[in-house]
Write a protein that binds this ligand. Sequence first.
Ligand code: KIV
Ligand code: ZN
Length: 512
Amino acid sequence: MSDHVRIFDTTLRDGEQSPGIALDTGEKLEIAEQLARLGVDVIEAGFPIASQGDFEAVEAIARTVRGPVITGLSRTGFADVDRAWEAVRHAERSRIHVFIATSEIHMAKKLRMTRDQVKAEAAAGVARAASYTPDVEFSPEDGSRSDVDFMCEVLQIAVDNGATTLNIPDTVGYGVPEEYAALIRHVLATVKGDYVVSTHCHDDLGLAVANSLAGVVAGARQVECAVNGLGERAGNAALEEIVMAIRTRADHFAGLETSVRTEELARTSRLVSRLTGYAVQHNKAVVGRNAFAHESGIHQHGVLADRETYEIIDAASVGQEAAQIVLGKHSGKHAFSDTLAKMGITVQGDALNQAFTRFKELADRKVEITEADLEAIVAEELGDSAVNRFEFIDLMLSGGTKVTPTARVVLRDGDGTVEAEASGNGMVDAACSAIGAATGVTGTVVDFKVSSVTGGRDALGDVVVKLSVDGRMASGRGVSTDIVEASARAYLNAVNKIVRTKAEPRERTVGP
Ligand code: KIV
Ligand code: ZN
């Protein structure tokens, strides 16, 4: 059995199924490129038949991203399998991931199929996938709640029809480590053929990582996981935790390794958090802001004497202590673009000028500009490669605790400018209403999140706004040391997306 544990990242498929996340193709490509840089083995880029948007994103990733195997999810029906293949076929290496449920409750209540029908579906779906590519994965959905003998029969059928990876989903996060490990061992002992066993654990009981690792000890050599533990309901096993557990406890996971470049973990986590709008909890293992912070004097004393007194991971090894950026208000464009290049971000031409202007504005207001600040500025300015109709020029605010807040915005609209004034319940409300008046796009803010990119009174405020206009949803992000300005930028970004996507509906029509 190989010592290599494949990391199968499902951030863009199961992760994107988290409530409220809707990434556009550009955002998915950005995440997929970063996952390739991180060194994952497989990227599950989406569920191509779910919607035209999903299909296009998977296809774009397959055509562009080099390194990892690119896979798309598919039910057993031929229309699904064909669509999945159509989307992944241009990848350097493509895989089709076919699934059908095998638990009694799913078969009776959801599929309305008998055991024999499920077996026939699995055989046909896998065979169809294998007619396109030798790399076929099969998942018996709700595996951990399935009758084990029946599930193994279906798995054997999948192998006999060409599946080379057998994934055992703990779909509802019901498993516990010893039981899940026993299930993996049973599959390996029972199903004959040449295949790799994979884990896919959900976190409903907070056991997703523990169950996945128990599966690895039992012989699984692929782990399905998502950055920051994103996924349906309570999420999937967190990629960064799986990778760092295998690496840090090499003594326990004797000889096993992954090919993940761990120094990229923190950056990947921040990128995913920023684009999905899902904040990372401060005390999150490995990638949380406090994962390497020491509060008590005793701990500080210990760490100063020897870091290993209270740390089991070197922060730099997960990218938490990236080289300090010494950029300030005296820095030139060359130093700025050079720093971005070292961070793996290539920006040129007008885009570079725009980002540099934002950087200079920030440098005037903020003493220390960190790598995280730079990522946030560049993500807001350039994260979306599409052309925006409206550009932010100026925002003037007046008001106080006893005076109605009023905002005046000036925006670029093509070659001209538009401006408007409005009042509101607070400064943010007034600024958003003024943008609505200036652009003619008014909607309802269904979600509004503010977080700070770094610490301190001059921290960059990072605002994510979800806007609903005539049933169409868009999210926008804005950063500034002033949270009203950050909110206005976020709101305007969402308005730009609404304006841009008006002609292209992208509703999810089906889901696993
Ligand atoms: O949780 C699950 O069962 C899944 C399958 C589609 C693999 O996500
Ligand atoms: Zn899942």
